[in-house]
Design a protein around this ligand. Structure first.
Ligand SMILES: Nc1ncnc2c1ncn2[C@@H]1O[C@H](COP(=O)(O)OP(=O)(O)OP(=O)(O)O)[C@@H](O)[C@H]1O
Ligand SMILES: [Mg+2]
Length: 487
C-alpha cells in the first residue's frame, strides 16, 4: 500500500516537473508565440467577421478626421510593440521615440472582453497610394461593442492629442489675450509638499475632468475652483504650473489691474478655450489694495461663471492669496472656491525633499541638527531654502550649513514661538481636497468624502511669524484659529 502511495506521488511529481519544463521551453523560445498565433488563426476561422474601413480621404478628397483619430489610437496601443513590423520615429522631444505601425500590418486590441483587429492597409492605385485602417470585428460582438468602441477611440485619441500639443500661457491686456509658449517645468514631484495632499489634488483634478456628464446632470457649470494660499515663496505659482503640466491645459493668467471694467472680465473669459486653467494670482492684494477697476460683484460673477456653462466647460479656476484674512466670506464660499489648499512654510520633511532634489542628498550628518532647529520653532520658506541649496549645490555640507545659519538668524529665533502665541498668535492651517475614492465613483466628484490634511503643528504655531506678502501690515495681522474647511 505504502509503495503505491510513493509511486503515485512520484508520477504526480514527474508530471508537474514535465509541465514546468514544457512551460519554460515554450516561454524561452518563440514557440509560445507560434502557438498563440495558431490559436488566434483557428478562432478567426470559426467566427464570421465584419470589416469596417476607415479611409484616409473621403470621396471629395478631403481628409477624413476619423482616420487621424484611429491612427493616433492604433499607434498608441501596447500591441504595436508586438507587431511583426513597426516603424520607429523620433518624437517632438529630442530623446522621444515614437512607434508607428508599418503598412499592411495587423494588430489586435481588446475592448469589453472582445478581440478586434486593426489592419493598416495600403493600396496602390496607379501612382496614388490609398491608405486606410480596416477594423475586423466578429459579427457576434459588433452589436454589443461597436458603438462604445468608436466612442472610446474618440476619447482616447482626443486625450492623447491634448497631451501632445504645446501648452500656451495667455496673458490679458484689458479685454484681449496675448499668447506665448508655456514652458514651466514644474511638476508635482518637484514641489515639496505633503505627498498625501498632492495625491488628493491629482485625484480631484482627474475626477473633475471626467465629470462633465455629472455636472450637467446637476445643472451646474462644469468648472472647479481652487484657492492656493499661504506665505510668499511656498510654491503656489509652481503648483499652478504643475497642475497645468499634469492636465496638459493652457494657462490663462488674468491680470486684474489690466481689466478696466466688469464687462471686460466677462469678455476675456469668453475668449478662453475649454479645458484650460484660469489663474488669478494674488487675489487678496487686488481686493485689499483695490488695485483693480473690477467691482466685487463683477469678480464674484466671474468666479461663478455667470456667462453659463458653455463659457466654463471644463475650466479650472485657480486663485492665489497670501492670506484669507479680511477677504469677504462670499468670495470664499463653496461654488466660488471649491478647494482650499494651504501652502505652509518649510518643515523638516519638506527640507529633506528639497535636499534630495537640489543636492541629491537623502541623508547627511547635519540633518539631525537641522531637524532640531525646525523642532525648536525656526522657520523659512521653501523658496529661501531652494535658493541657498541652488547656489551651494557643489557642496552639500556648505549648502546645509547655510540653511542652518539662515534658520538660526530668523527673526523669531530658535525658541521664540514654541510656547505658542508668538507675536501674532496661533493659526489653524487648512487644506481640504477630497480623498481618493474607488474609481467607480469617479463621476461622483461632488459626492466624494472629504478628508483633511492637517498641516503639521509647527506650522500652525509659526504662521504668524512669517514674512507675509499680505495686503495688511504684518503688525495688523489678526490670526484667529480657522476651522478646517471641507468642500
Ligand atoms: N514647496 C516648494 N517645493 C519646491 N520648490 C519650491 C517650493 N516653494 C517654493 N519653491 C521654489 O521657490 C520659488 C518661488 O516659488 P513660487 O513662486 O511657486 O512661490 P509662491 O508661493 O507663488 O510665492 P508668492 O506668494 O510670492 O507668489 C520657485 O523657484 C520654486 O521652485
Ligand atoms: Mg506666486
Amino acid at each position: 500500500m505504502s509503495m503505491l502511495v510513493v509511486y503515485v506521488f512520484l508520477v504526480f511529481f514527474l508530471i508537474i516537473f514535465l509541465l514546468f519544463i514544457i512551460r519554460l521551453f515554450l516561454h524561452r523560445t518563440a514557440l509560445i508565440y507560434v502557438l498563440r498565433k495558431w490559436g488566434e488563426w483557428i478562432d478567426d476561422r470559426v467566427h464570421v467577421h465584419q470589416h469596417l474601413k476607415v479611409p484616409e480621404f473621403n470621396e471629395n478628397c478631403q481628409q477624413n478626421q476619423f482616420y487621424q483619430k484611429v491612427s493616433v489610437y492604433v499607434n498608441s496601443l501596447a500591441s504595436v510593440e508586438d507587431s511583426d513590423f513597426t516603424n520607429l520615429f523620433s518624437g517632438k522631444k529630442s530623446n522621444d521615440i515614437v512607434l508607428c505601425l508599418d503598412d499592411d500590418q495587423t494588430i489586435q486590441d481588446t475592448f469589453l472582453g472582445a478581440r478586434v483587429l486593426w489592419i493598416n492597409k495600403i493600396e496602390r492605385n496607379h501612382q496614388f497610394l490609398a491608405r486606410s485602417f480596416v477594423l475586423k470585428i466578429k459579427k457576434k460582438d459588433k452589436k454589443r461593442i461597436l458603438k462604445p468602441y468608436l466612442q472610446h477611440i474618440h476619447t482616447v485619441s482626443d486625450d492623447i492629442e491634448q497631451r501632445r500639443r504645446e501648452l500656451k500661457l495667455h496673458i490679458n491686456t484689458d479685454c484681449n489675450w496675448r499668447s506665448l509658449p508655456f514652458e514651466h517645468p514644474a511638476n508635482f514631484d518637484s514641489i515639496a509638499l505633503d505627498p498625501d495632499l498632492k495625491n488628493k489634488v491629482k485625484f480631484d483634478l482627474e475626477t473633475f475632468i471626467k465629470s462633465k456628464q455629472y455636472y450637467h446632470k446637476l445643472g451646474r457649470a462644469w468648472k472647479r475652483s481652487y484657492l492656493l494660499y499661504g506665505p510668499s515663496g511656498t510654491g503656489k505659482s509652481s503648483f499652478i504650473a504643475a497642475m497645468a503640466n499634469f492636465l496638459s491645459y493652457d494657462v490663462y493668467n488674468v491680470n486684474l489691474s489690466q481689466v478696466s471694467e466688469d464687462s471686460h472680465l466677462n469678455m476675456i473669459l469668453m475668449q478662453t478655450t475649454s479645458k484650460s486653467l484660469i489663474v488669478v494670482e494674488d487675489l487678496d492684494r487686488y481686493i485689499c489694495e483695490k488695485s483693480t477697476a473690477v467691482t466685487s460683484s463683477g469678480l464674484m460673477n466671474f468666479m461663478d461663471g455667470i456667462l453659463g456653462s458653455s463659457f466654463c466647460d471644463g475650466r479650472i479656476m485657480v486663485f492665489t492669496m497670501n492670506s484669507k484674512e479680511g477677504i469677504d466670506s462670499a468670495i470664499l464660499r463653496p461654488g466660488r472656491i471649491d478647494v482650499h489648499i494651504y501652502f505652509p512654510m518649510c518643515d523638516f520633511n519638506s527640507f529633506k525633499s528639497l535636499a534630495g532634489s537640489y543636492l541629491g542628498v537623502k541623508e547627511h550628518k547635519l540633518f539631525p541638527q537641522v531637524e532640531e532647529i525646525f523642532q525648536s520653532g525656526a522657520t523659512i520658506s521653501p523658496a529661501e531654502i531652494g535658493e541657498l541649496m541652488l547656489v551651494n549645490r557643489s557642496s552639500p555640507s556648505r549648502a546645509l550649513k547655510s540653511v542652518i545659519t539662515a534658520l538660526q538668524s530668523q527673526p523669531n529665533g530658535r525658541n521664540s514661538s514654541s510656547g505658542g502665541g508668538g507675536k501674532f498668535g496661533h493659526r489653524l492651517s487648512e487644506s481640504a481636497v477630497p480623498s481618493p475614492a474607488p474609481s467607480s465613483t469617479a463621476e461622483d466628484a461632488g459626492g466624494t468624502a472629504w478628508k483633511d490634511t492637517v498641516v503639521p503643528k509647527e506650522f500652525r504655531k509659526l504662521y504668524g511669524l512669517l514674512r507675509l506678502k499680505s495686503c495688511k501690515k504684518p503688525g495688523s495681522l489678526d490670526h484667529h484659529d480657522h476651522e478646517m474647511i471641507e468642500r
